[in-house]
Design a protein around this ligand. Sequence first.
Ligand SMILES: *[C@@H]1O[C@H](CO)[C@@H](O)[C@H](O)[C@H]1NC(C)=O
Ligand SMILES: *[C@@H]1O[C@H](CO)[C@@H](O)[C@H](O)[C@H]1NC(C)=O
Ligand SMILES: *[C@@H]1O[C@H](CO)[C@@H](O)[C@H](O)[C@H]1NC(C)=O
Ligand SMILES: *[C@@H]1O[C@H](CO)[C@@H](O)[C@H](O)[C@H]1NC(C)=O
Ligand SMILES: *[C@@H]1O[C@H](CO)[C@@H](O)[C@H](O)[C@H]1NC(C)=O
Ligand SMILES: [Cu+2]
Length: 822
Amino acid sequence: MEFRTKPLILLLSACSFAILTCIYLFPFSQSSIDGHYQTQQKDSFEAPKSNIWSELSVDEASDVYDFVFDELSHLNLTKHPKSNRDSFINFLETLRPNKTDAVPYLHDDATIPERWAKAAIAQVSDGDPYMVYYMVGPLPVSSETQVLPLEYIFNSGRNYIENPVQDFSSIMRFGLSLAENVSDITQDLLGAVVNTKDPFDPEGLLCWPRGSRIERGGMSMWFQFFRQGAGSGARTILPQGVYIKVDANSNDMDDWSPAQFYYNGVIYDSEAEFRDAWNKPDFRRAAINEDGSWTDTEDFDSKPAGRELPPPVSVQPYGPRYKLDKKQQFVSWFGFEFYITTAQATGLTLFDIRFKGKRVMYELGLQEAMAHYAGDDPMQGGLEFMDSFFGMGKNMFELVPGYDCPAYADFLDSRSYQAMHTYEQPNSICIFEYTADHLLSRHSAQFSITASRNTFLVVRSVSTVGNYDYTIEYIFYLDGTIEVKVRASGFIFGSFFARTNEDEYGHRIQEALSSSMHDHVLNFKADLDVAGPKNDMVRLAWEPLTKSYPWDRPEVEERNTMHIVEYAVDEEIGLDYPKNGGEFYVVLSSEEKNAWGERKGYRIAAGTGMGSPPHLTIVNSTTLGDSARWAEHDIWILQRKDKEPRSADPLNYFTPHDPLIDFTKIANHESLKQDDDSEYDGDLVVYFNLGAHHLPHSGDIPNTLMHTSASSVMFVPHNFADHDASRESVQGVRVQLKGKNSGGFAGEWSTNSDLRSRVARRGDEKKEHKVRYFGATYEEGVKLPLEAFEPDLRKFVSEEIAVTDLTFNGSAAGVWEKKIEG
Ligand SMILES: *[C@@H]1O[C@H](CO)[C@@H](O)[C@H](O)[C@H]1NC(C)=O
Ligand SMILES: *[C@@H]1O[C@H](CO)[C@@H](O)[C@H](O)[C@H]1NC(C)=O
Ligand SMILES: *[C@@H]1O[C@H](CO)[C@@H](O)[C@H](O)[C@H]1NC(C)=O
Ligand SMILES: *[C@@H]1O[C@H](CO)[C@@H](O)[C@H](O)[C@H]1NC(C)=O
Ligand SMILES: *[C@@H]1O[C@H](CO)[C@@H](O)[C@H](O)[C@H]1NC(C)=O
Ligand SMILES: [Cu+2]
């Protein structure tokens, strides 16, 4: 058992299958929690305060449901909507407290802020369907509790939208019916037909409506046929070449009719016209986009050399070094402290992030995840998704231990409430430490080498919204850096390839599939409070300079060089990352300085991934209107206000020209100067975007790869402390080299003297070869079960997953014909 005497990390890089099986032989005494391998020592650890942002508990939700039913009885709310004439509570979630109320509680021991809920009600008024937001509180329900229209967070002045898809099931039935009416044509041109008896028949076609570009008072919709892609869920790479337009500019389905047909670059004004053309001998046919093994996500059978061995994996034999209060979802790790919460629309958000006792951010979390396509066909040409509408939180599913996250990770659950149903999402958030394959710092000196490990903390979730899987993570580094990173995988939404515009909007990637260019832009909020709420944002520009220095003359009259020029950001603005990275965007404390008299700061920088994070290429998108103006620049610096807690609302999707939250009214050039006479209190907020300009290519089939779709932003301490804060926390080694100590530089360490006295000892001969560690090391006798390497996935908790089909069913606009228990 020679390997047991070596540090485990070394062992892993050399490990073989035989060794893994050996390790399994050791008895394993640690407990298995939530069905997963887990090494955490269960010290009781408690958050300093309550998690005031936490999602409603099941009991709270049930009380709020009952209260709303009583209080709004005049709306005739039903628990189990049966038709589009029923009003019902679509979803419930926590209405997060105002920062103005939260901060005194967190920092000055003021009383805990009131707890409120947010309710979205699908409401029929005078026969017309609406989605209406209410606020319910304070909780728990008492004689004080009220239901009020929730208006203060919407700068439209409205707390509702007209719901164009309340009768969604009729829309789908209509699609099936019109598809059935052209079955003879689809059988001939596409080799399949819809099955009205079983719309999900794996052999049948789907007829799917494009839901964007919705005008007030109805809409016109293009339907497209898709093959089902049963199995892996490959529907979005199986678009078919027939498209049907429906004039639906009436709320009454009886007035609807198919208007136009589109096939192979030709538009037909009616079914009859299409049929006539199809019957003619010169009718030009396109290829068929058939399903086949090319859509399979896995290759179980190939055996290239090396595949017979599992790859190295990371292990954590001694347990984590962070502390986790699972109840309050509070984490503490090497000076970082923060609370975690979730919401059905936006997924994970972190609150009250501190580093070594100093405030860094009040809030950090996703606002919206958009994908905007372009193309010359009626589907792709107008296609756009805003995934909070389907629920970036609601679609956070169970993570695969040992794969999505290391086997030793801690897993947290989340839940959401929709249409009287509690969606339990077990193990949907993971937390773990990870040691990078590269060092945090190192230096070789003449007589020594020092090496500090880059161990960081990750909080991760994955939102699978239909075809795409977004891995979103918050990474904490020992020096105080915070990184937000997004990676996408899953199936692209491809377009039917019809040889009409080769390579203008994408590449051909199959017999009849084009890759369809699109922009992913995901908007995040970072409410920075750098060493307190009063902050200033500056741009530190690297500028070329021609200057005459007295010490240069007479030899050099003028020297071409460079310098830093500081520009104040003194009004609300959207900025793009500068060319050549030529400016540093730094948020500075207005009040606190470090020991050197420099203002404490955090720099906002494009992080790691496939280049600078993008913003939307399209200017004034026809599809988006004003619903997502945050996508038009990389980062925004704005006044923080209780009445502007979000950059977007899921229902913006339906009101592009008059959105509930219009970002241009939030980013409206207000002053960021802290004058005595201004109302602005110095609390600024940053919104930033992540994502990708995605031009999928043959390598995106079957799935997009995460390392090619990654983007990140890093918040990096900039004069925040007096020196690098990682030095006191980091684990590493100093190796003392043999040889003559000629310069004294990086000579031998000394336990009882400082560097200067070492220099004084210069001349000592023959230093001994020594190794000295800082932080703990692995010791002999480390034991690990097989599950530390390969978790037993039979303990996986999830059963069937309610993956959205990207229709409106179960979205922020409602749920229909759902069998609901309880
Ligand atoms: C609720 O139902 C009652 C009785 O059927 C009816 O009179 C009333 O108009 C309904 N209210 C609404 C808002 O639909
Ligand atoms: C937040 O503050 C606004 C006023 O700025 C107030 O109308 C609202 O009720 C507050 N929200 C909560 C949850 O207390
Ligand atoms: C809506 O989704 C539910 C399951 O989430 C399903 O039972 C129901 O049939 C769906 N309705 C339609 C019209 O697709
Ligand atoms: C399909 O054809 C039938 C019979 O002609 C017609 O009644 C129905 O309205 C058509 N469906 C659609 C969606 O056009
Ligand atoms: C975008 O819209 C704004 C405001 O309507 C307008 O000023 C600007 O010229 C437009 N830009 C383009 C490229 O259309
Ligand atoms: Cu993409």
